[in-house]
Write a new protein. Structure first.
Length: 152
């Protein structure tokens, strides 16, 4: 009787161990599949809209002779939802005009410095969010990026 119980217990233990190993193996396979699948762990819902062509405008150079310089900027905006890209595209002429106004009225010292460049980018962001809020009731734009910045 005791020998039968030991045999039954050892079989039960082997079955439990086998089941546990199968479950652990299945979990490892699922984990490996999830980690190796592109974009699932770090997938983001943000989208970008680039203004084409680049924005090129004049600015007044410092000095008494009021010479003109020019600035060329490639601007992209980040939106938190891919559905907002169509809204930004619809309002692109309004946003483009605002960006041109900000860049063309900036003083040379602001255009030529890194801190000035960041101030201009922030001004563009604030104005874009203000305009989108007026037009849609939602700021829509999360960030403004200067992907090309050339001045002369």
């Amino acid at each position: 009787m005791i020998a039968k119980l030991l045999i039954v217990n050892s079989l039960t233990m082997r079955e439990i161990e086998g089941t546990m190993i199968k479950k652990i193996a299945t979990l490892l396979v699922l984990l490996a599949t999830f980690i190796s699948s592109p974009g699932h762990a770090l997938q983001s819902s943000v989208s970008y809209y680039g203004f084409e062509p680049d924005i090129t405008t004049n600015f007044v150079k410092d000095g008494s002779d009021y010479r003109l310089g020019f600035i060329r900027v490639a601007i992209e905006v980040m939106v938190p939802n891919p559905q907002y890209v169509g809204i930004v595209e619809h309002h692109a002429p309004l946003l483009r005009d605002a960006f041109i106004h900000i860049l063309s009225t900036a003083p040379q010292r602001q255009i030529k410095t890194m801190t000035g460049r960041d101030q201009l980018r922030m001004k563009c962001l604030e104005k874009a969010q203000e305009l989108m809020r007026q037009e849609t009731g939602n700021p829509v734009i999360q960030e403004v990026l200067f992907t090309k910045y050339i001045y002369q």
